[in-house]
Each structure stands twice: as C-alpha cells, then as structure tokens.
Design a protein around this ligand. Structure first.
Ligand code: EPZ
Length: 420
C-alpha cells in the first residue's frame, strides 16, 4: 500500500504546469466510441481513472495505443455493448458509456454504478434524460437500455447533473433531429466535450440561455485533440500555496474557470493576479476566515475544492463556515484533520472551522480523492513529518501530486506509486 510522506513548514514557491483535465477527458474518451474515425487525444492525464476507462474501451472492442500523454483510439472494431461488473465497479464514471453505447450500438447493458465515498451518486437523471430521447430501459439486476427508437427532442433535467448532461449529449449527437437540453450543467468540462464533438463534425453548442443545442445524425470523423488543463488540480495547488504563505505562478491557465475560488482567496487576503499568461498567487500574510460559503454548481464554488479549502481554513484567523450542497458525504476529511489538532464542528451539511495557529503532523488516511489532496495541504502546513496512506484515491485524479509539489519546493515523496 503506497503512502505519501510530507515534511511540512515550507512555503511553496515557483512555477507549475497543470495536467490535462480528468473530468473533461473521461466523457471525451466515451465520445471516442462514436463514429469510426481515429481519435488522438493529447495531454491526456496519466491517472488511474483514465487507465481504468481505457480498459473498459478495450473490452468493448476499441484498439488503443497510449504513449506518455498521447492516446490513440480506433473504435471501428467496437461490436460489444455490455460493460462487466468488475470494470464498472472500479470506476463510477463508466456510467458515461451509457450514452455512448446507445449512440454507437443502440443498446447498452451495464451494472448499476454503486455509490462511492462521497455519496449515493444516483443516475435517475441520466435515465430520465435518455428516456426523453426515446431510449427504453429495463432496470433488473443490470441496466439494460434499447435506443432503436431514439430520436432528437427536448430534454429537461430536474438537476443540472454533469454526468446526465454528458450522457444526453453523447446519445443525441448520433440521432437525426434537433435536441435541446435545458437546465444543462454549466461546468467547463461540458463545453470541452462539445468542442471535441464539433471538431469531429457534430453540430452541438451552448445557447445564450445555457441550454445545449444539437443537430444530431452527422457523421463523426477523426480528430486530434489536446486536453485543456484541470481546473480542480490547479485550484488544489493554489490552495496549497495559500496555506503555506507561498508565491506561485500557474502558466497559461484559463483563470475564468476558477473565478469562484479566486474570489474566496482574495477575501482571505491572498493576492491573486490573472492575465493572459495565467495566474500569479502571493500569500505573505496570515489568512482571514470566511464567515459563510457554500458549494454550488458551476460557476459557483466547486464541490471538488471544498475539502482542500477546509484544510486551508484550519489555520485562517477566525471562524469559517462551509456548507456542502452537492454531495451528502463529503466531510470525511474532518476527522483526519482533527487528528492534526484542527478545531472543526459539523452541523448537517455545514462545517464550522475555528482557525488555530498550527497543525500537528500525524499519520493520516485519505478518505476519498479530494479529501486525500486536502490532507496533503494540511500536512504541508504542519511543522514535522506526516504520512498519508490510501493514496490510491489521490492517484485517481492527480498524475503525481508529489512531483508537482516538489517542483514548488515542498519536501514530499511517495513510495510504491505505479506510473500510469
Ligand atoms: C461530476 O460528477 C464530476 N465527476 C465530480 O467530480 C464533480 O464533483 C461533480 O460532477 C459535480 O461537479 C466527473 O466529471 C467524472 P453530478 P457527477 O451528476 O457527474 C445528483 C471529482 O472529485 N444527481 O453533477 O457524478 C448527485 O447526487 C469528482 O473529480 C442526481 O440526483 O456529478 C449530486 O448530488 C467527484 N441524479 C448532484 O446531482 C442523477 O442522476 C451533482 O451530481 C445524477 C446526479
């Protein structure tokens, strides 16, 4: 079992380049199943979620070549439409193959994707959206879907679900007719999926009202596409620099995607300058607490940065309150932070963090992907040697968090990490 060792108390300084986006590449990989053209994805992050997704695609008949951060996918040989339980259990985002398989094979069979560390993760909105396009579902011990009668139409989501929006897009681009997805999620990853599909020949775009408008049935051709950087990884490193009173620069980053985080950092007294070449952060004074903040769908404060921000609140001056409105079980980092002396009380979906002068080093266990990153941020602040286990969670979304933090001067190392 690998572990990350951190010697804290060092201010992060320097320049960092951000890996390709996990939450954008996963739906884009599913979109490579559509049509028969060769898809070449550049700047594809070397993370285990990608490794697991490519394994599923191989089982479905794709021929895949992966060299460093370039993945070549030939889906011309796809004949299967069933995803096995073991594969789907390894990665929840296998549910994104529901829309892709219906689009490509007109049929799909996959296990009910279970919940995960952060919540029940239902898929009722995915099913409702695809039903509105005419897909038929048989929900026995497996999800069986038939899309032979699927056609363009109006899809209205009750919840602006990122995954349900992506599944509706993946199915609708393949069926003739006009589709409008209203109440669609606004996360940048949706727009990157649309850009990728347009590059293949699809007619898909977001309207001024935020709906997704599709003219389906166009032939999808080959594409070479370079992934944009990961906004949650960038936000994680900005928070780590703020927590350690550091000074870092993130080059050529679409900073508007982090507006909500940048506003919070500035309210905490951190200097954040944004320009065409990226983001410059300088934190040279004690951080102010934030009296109230809640996570929200984009462009609100991202739920994926809630735990990393909580680790920063632990040493801010005053009492901060953060409410988690997206997932029901995303405070599992609290008890680990308390082992470092953090003063946190939870009340339903809100946590109140009373800032203290110092966190103590400790032996910690990552509770989930972003909670693990939060513990790294906490350990960077503690004067002494901390060890974080269960790092497999972190490797799902961060190529090499230790490599990146060492580039900024941190004393961190990981034993037992497999290169993806
Ligand atoms: C995506 O998950 C991301 N994952 C998550 O990132 C991210 O936290 C989330 O969007 C919100 O931004 C990927 O893109 C692979 P949702 P997704 O469907 O699509 C409820 C990370 O750390 N809901 O927008 O699963 C759901 O319970 C991960 O990188 C339904 O009720 O998120 C939740 O409360 C974690 N029914 C809310 O909507 C449904 O059918 C948002 O979920 C679907 C969702």
């Amino acid at each position: 079992m690998s572990a990350i060792e951190v010697t804290g108390g060092i201010s992060l300084q320097g320049e960092i380049e951000i890996q390709g986006s996990k939450n954008a590449v996963l739906p884009i990989l599913a979109a490579c199943m559509l049509g028969e053209g060769l898809c070449v994805i550049e700047n594809c992050p070397r993370i285990t979620d990608v490794t697991d997704t490519l394994e599923i695609m191989r089982h479905l008949g794709c021929r895949i070549r992966r060299e460093e951060r370039t993945v070549c996918i030939d889906a011309s040989g796809v004949r299967a439409f069933e995803i096995g339980g073991a594969e789907a259990a390894r990665i929840r985002s296998s549910v994104l193959f529901l829309g892709a398989l219906l689009g490509r094979m007109k049929r799909a069979v996959l296990p009910h994707p279970g919940g995960c560390a952060i919540g029940a993760r239902p898929i009722d909105q995915h099913i409702a959206a695809l039903r509105q396009l005419g897909a038929r579902f048989y929900l026995e011990e497996k999800i069986t879907a038939d899309a032979r009668d699927m056609q363009g139409g109006r899809v209205c989501l009750a919840v602006p679900s990122v995954g349900a929006t992506e599944n509706a897009i993946l199915a609708a681009v393949t069926v003739p007719g006009e589709t409008v997805i209203s109440h669609a999620a606004r996360e940048p990853e949706i727009d990157e999926l649309c850009e990728f599909l347009r590059r293949r020949g699809a007619s898909v775009a977001r309207t001024d009202e935020g709906d997704i408008h599709i003219r389906g049935g166009k032939r999808l051709g080959p594409v070479r596409y370079r992934m944009k950087p990961d906004r949650i990884v960038a936000g994680t490193y900005l928070l780590a620099a703020a927590a350690t009173r550091g000074k870092i620069h993130i080059s050529n980053f679409p900073y508007r995607e982090l507006d909500a985080l940048i506003a919070v950092l500035r309210d905490m007294g951190v200097s954040v300058e944004c320009g065409k070449d990226g983001i410059q952060l300088t934190a040279n004074r004690p951080l102010r607490a934030i009296p109230y903040l809640e996570t929200a769908p984009y462009p609100g404060f991202p739920t994926d940065l809630q735990s990393p921000l909580m680790a920063v609140f632990c040493r801010a001056r005053g009492e901060s309150r953060i409410c988690e409105t997206i997932f029901e079980n995303r405070f599992r980092t609290v008890k680990e932070l308390e082992r470092m002396g953090a003063k946190i009380r939870t009340d339903g979906n809100c946590a109140v963090v009373k800032g203290i002068p110092a966190l103590a080093p400790a032996k910690l266990t990552a509770p989930d992907l972003r909670g693990g990153a939060a513990l790294v941020i906490a350990a960077l602040q503690a004067n002494g040697h901390s060890v974080i286990s269960n790092t497999g969670y972190i490797e799902r979304g961060y190529e090499d968090i230790c490599r990146d933090l060492r580039a900024l001067g941190a004393e961190v190392r990981q034993n037992g990490k497999e290169i993806q």
